[in-house]
Design a protein around this ligand. Structure first.
Ligand code: GRF
Length: 194
C-alpha cells in the first residue's frame, strides 16, 4: 500500500507528533509523517522530529504580523512542495482562517483534549474537574471552520480521579492521546483512498 503523506503541524512539545511519526513507520501503517511544520521556531517538538529524521520547517507567525492568511499561505506552499496529502494538527495553537480550512477540507484532522462536544477551546482539564465530571478524554476530529467543531472520527476516555489536578489529568489524557491519534489517523487514511 502507498502510504498517505502526512504533515504534522505543531506549536510546542510535540508528544502526539512523536507518536504519529513512530506509528507511521510500522510495517502495516497506512500513513507516513514526512514533514513537521511549526509556527514557532522554538517549539521543542522540532528537535524531536529532526532527531527522528523527519524534515522540519519553522514558519513564525510573527513574521506576518496580524495577517493570518499570509502565514497560512506560506505554510500551504511548503505543504504543496512536499506533496502532502493529509494534515494532522497536534498542539497547533493558532486559529485557522476559512481559507486554509477550505483548502484542506476533508483532509485535515485535529486532536483535542476533551470529549467533544464538551469543552472546546482551552483549559479543558481544569474545566472538566471543576464541573465534577467523572471522566475526561480526547477527540480526533475533522477540521472545519468552527473551532473544535468538526465531525468526530474517534474518542478515548480516561477516568478523573478524586485527587486530580489539571496537570495530572493532562498527563493521563496524553497517554490516551498517544494511542488514539495514530489509530484514528491510520483508519482515516485507509478510508480516504478506499
Ligand atoms: C494535546 O493535549 C492535544 O490534544 C492538544 O494539545 C496538546 C498537545 O500536546 N491539541 P503535545 O504537543 O502533542 O505534547
Amino acid at each position: 500500500m502507498t502510504r498517505t503523506r502526512v504533515a504534522v503541524l505543531i506549536s510546542g512539545a510535540g508528544s502526539n507528533m512523536a507518536a504519529l511519526i513512530d506509528a507511521g513507520r510500522r510495517d502495516d501503517a497506512a500513513f507516513e509523517v514526512v514533514l513537521v511544520v511549526s509556527n514557532r521556531s522554538d517549539a521543542s517538538g522540532l528537535d524531536i522530529a529532526a532527531g527522528k529524521g523527519v524534515e522540519t520547517v519553522a514558519l513564525n507567525h510573527a513574521d506576518h504580523g496580524r495577517d493570518r492568511e499570509a502565514h497560512e499561505r506560506a505554510i500551504d506552499a511548503v505543504l504543496a512542495g512536499r506533496d502532502i496529502q493529509v494534515v494532522a494538527l497536534a498542539g497547533y495553537m493558532r486559529l485557522l482562517t476559512p481559507w486554509l480550512v477550505g483548502r484542506w477540507a476533508g483532509r485535515m484532522v485535529n486532536i483535542h483534549p476533551s470529549l467533544l462536544p464538551l469543552y472546546p477551546g482551552l483549559d479543558t482539564h481544569a474545566r472538566a474537574i471543576a464541573a465534577g465530571d467523572k471522566e475526561a478524554g480526547a477527540t480526533v476530529h475533522l477540521v472545519t471552520e468552527g473551532v473544535d467543531e468538526g465531525p468526530v472520527l474517534a474518542q478515548a476516555r480516561v477516568p478523573i480521579l478524586p485527587d486530580d489536578n489539571a496537570s495530572a489529568l493532562q498527563e493521563r489524557v496524553k497517554v490516551a492521546e498517544h494511542q488514539l491519534y495514530p489509530t484514528a489517523l491510520d483508519a482515516f487514511c485507509r478510508k480516504l483512498w478506499a
